[in-house]
Structure formats: structure tokens, C-alpha cells
Design a protein around this ligand. Structure first.
Ligand SMILES: Cc1ncc(COP(=O)(O)O)c(C=O)c1O
Length: 322
């Protein structure tokens, strides 16, 4: 994220994005970049005219997550893309939660993909990493900052800027050991992704039947307002992240303390099922007011469904609820 936005943003520029972002992305935009004179314009990404109205000649990028973490909302990228093209704004999307085997980003108008490879790609929490993909679909000679770099660049101006300048000067490079682990992870990506995603769907349907659970969010469920978009964009596999709500924070904590198989951890898409209470962890340093703006409730539990037998996952949840 930092490499990508150090290349795109500049003092006086703005980023049009959703307020529903992974906690550190929100903090990076709102606090870190803001101190360097970059304005963040939060919009409801379901509202196409709000996106268009927020854009001006200093918009350096539109940014969103392909499926927001942990709200599980989907931006209609295919319909946002023509608006961005009209105004020469690159579409930058964090696809960490739906990897390449589950989503054809280029087909939906994504120009730049930013991925935390710590998650699905690493092959089970072996290592930390990130990747940036430039699909070659954006004309950088029309970008307010990168048009100045164009004459010297032998390949994508954006990647040229990152490889030759930003990564060297800031040091966010992947080391060879990490690259080795991550390339091993890539070899089993599709297998793991499909099994985890199937487990998540079956588990989500099961959770909906339990009286102690107030609400379940998973985009493949008929109850999800994003079901249609999810089917169009991710087909049968909308990933391994789901959320559910219990009565209150104390109930969430008591439930999590009783779990035996499912591990409490902030990571996502490990081989093991992981669980977290976002309001007190990822968003724990945010004020209650900010959590309200971002839409993080005290009753929410996020789960990353792993590769275990589905019946074992269900049994662990049932005994903890009881
Ligand atoms: C959507 C998304 N983007 C980025 C990140 C950051 O990943 P990393 O821990 O590899 O920095 C996360 C981590 O949870 C995430 O969920």
C-alpha cells in the first residue's frame, strides 16, 4: 500500500475511497498521508454519482477493497470503471481477500491490484509480504503526477517509479526467503482457496440457523444484499472470510474464550480457522466515534474459515455457544 501510494499521491492530491477499509489502510490514508498534504475523500462506493462528484483534476487514484474487511461489501467495479476512465483516474483495488484464482480483476476494470500476500498466497502464515500488479490498462501519460516520469520509463511508468525509486528509497522489498515461501504457497493456492471458501459458505448457512447468532454476513448467502454482485464477480467462491454478531461484547469475549479448535488471531486465510473481535483489536486504538464512522460494532466477530473438517468447526462453535 505504501509503495503504491508513494508513487501515486503528492501534496495537494486526493484519493477517493470508501471509509470501510482495513484498519491500517484507513490509518495510513487518514493520518500518515494526510500529514504529507494528501486529502482522503470518503464516499459511499455504492453511490456512483458520489464517486464522480468527489473526483477532480488532483485525484491521484480511486481506491477500494474488492470485498471490504470486515464489512463484506462489494463495490460494483464494472460500473465504477467507466466513470474513472472518463476522468483519467486509475482504479486501485486491494484484492487480499479474493485472490487471483477467485477474481479476474482486469475484466472488471481494475488497473492496479495491491495484495497482502501474507494471507492466501503465503500458504498458511509462513511469511509476510505484499504484491502490486499493474495490468497495463491505465494510460500514465494522463496521470497528474506520473505523466512527468513518462519519457524515461522503459515499461509501466507506475512500476518504473516503484522499482527504481520508491522501493529503493523506502526499503519495502521482499527478501529471497520470503519469496521462496510465497512461491510455494502459490502452488497450492487454488486448492486451498476453493476448500476454504466452500467451508465458509457451508458454515455461514449453518450459523444462520443458530438462535444465539443475531446476524451472519457472507456474500453467497441469499440474505446478503451483495449476493448478485458476488455471483457475478466471484462465482462459486467468494472467499473464506465471514462475520457474525452475538448479543453484546461480553458474549463475544466469553464465546471466544471457550473455543478450542478455532484460534484467536488477527491474520486471515491461514490453514487454521481464525477468529477475532475487530472492535477491540484491529480497531482497538480508534475512538468509539471513529469506530462508528467506520461501522465497526462491538457485537461483531470476524472469522477466517480454514481447511479443517467442516463438522469439527461447527462442533467447536456449538460447544462454545452453549
Ligand atoms: C484487505 C487487507 N489489506 C491489507 C492487509 C495488510 O496485510 P499485511 O498484514 O500483510 O500488511 C490486510 C490485513 O489483514 C487486509 O485484510
Amino acid at each position: 500500500m505504501s509503495n503504491a501510494f508513494m508513487a501515486l499521491a503528492y501534496a495537494g492530491s486526493n484519493i477517493v475511497t470508501s471509509p470501510h477499509l482495513f484498519g491500517n489502510t484507513f490509518a495510513f490514508f487518514q493520518f500518515t498521508l494526510a500529514e504529507f498534504g494528501v486529502e482522503v475523500r470518503f464516499v459511499d462506493t455504492d453511490d456512483l454519482s458520489a464517486i464522480e462528484n468527489a473526483i477532480d483534476e488532483n485525484t491521484c487514484a480511486f481506491f477500494c477493497e474488492v470485498l471490504t474487511n470486515p464489512h463484506l461489501e462489494i463495490a460494483d467495479l464494472a460500473n465504477i470503471s467507466p466513470i474513472l476512465k472518463k476522468h483519467n483516474v486509475p482504479m486501485v483495488v486491494d484484492t487480499t481477500v479474493i485472490p487471483w484464482c477467485g477474481f479476474d480483476a482486469k475484466k472488471f476494470g481494475v488497473d492496479i491490484e495491491v495484495v497482502s500476500t501474507t494471507k492466501y498466497i503465503s500458504g498458511g502464515a509462513t511469511s509476510l509480504g505484499g504484491a502490486i500488479v499493474d495490468y497495463g490498462s491505465f494510460d500514465w501519460s494522463k496521470h497528474p503526477r506520473l505523466k512527468k516520469v513518462t519519457p524515461q520509463a522503459p515499461f509501466s511508468v507506475f512500476m518504473f517509479k516503484i522499482k527504481r525509486e520508491i522501493a529503493r528509497n523506502f526499503g519495502a522489498n521482499m527478501d529471497p526467503d520470503t519469496a521462496f515461501f510465497q512461491s510455494l504457497g502459490l502452488e497450492t493456492l487454488t486448492l486451498r482457496y476453493e476448500k476454504m471458501s466452500k467451508n465458509a459458505y457451508e458454515l455461514a448457512k449453518f450459523l444462520e440457523t443458530l438462535p444465539q447468532i443475531m446476524k451472519v454476513s457472507y456474500t453467497q448467502l441469499d440474505s446478503s444484499p451483495y449476493k448478485k454482485l458476488s455471483d457475478e464477480m466471484f462465482k462459486d467462491h467468494p472467499g473464506a472470510m465471514l462475520t457474525f454478531d452475538l448479543k453484546d461484547q461480553a458474549t463475544c469475549f466469553a464465546f471466544m474464550d471457550k473455543l478450542q479448535l478455532i484460534k484467536r488471531a488477527t491474520n486471515l486465510f491461514d490453514n487454521n480457522s481464525l477468529i477475532i473481535h475487530p472492535a477491540s483489536t484491529i480497531y482497538g486504538t480508534f475512538t468509539a466515534e471513529m469506530r462508528k464512522v467506520i461501522g465497526i460494532e462491538d457485537t461483531l466477530i470476524r472469522m477466517s474459515v480454514g481447511l479443517e473438517e467442516l463438522e469439527d468447526i461447527k462442533a467447536d462453535i456449538l460447544q462454545a455457544l452453549q
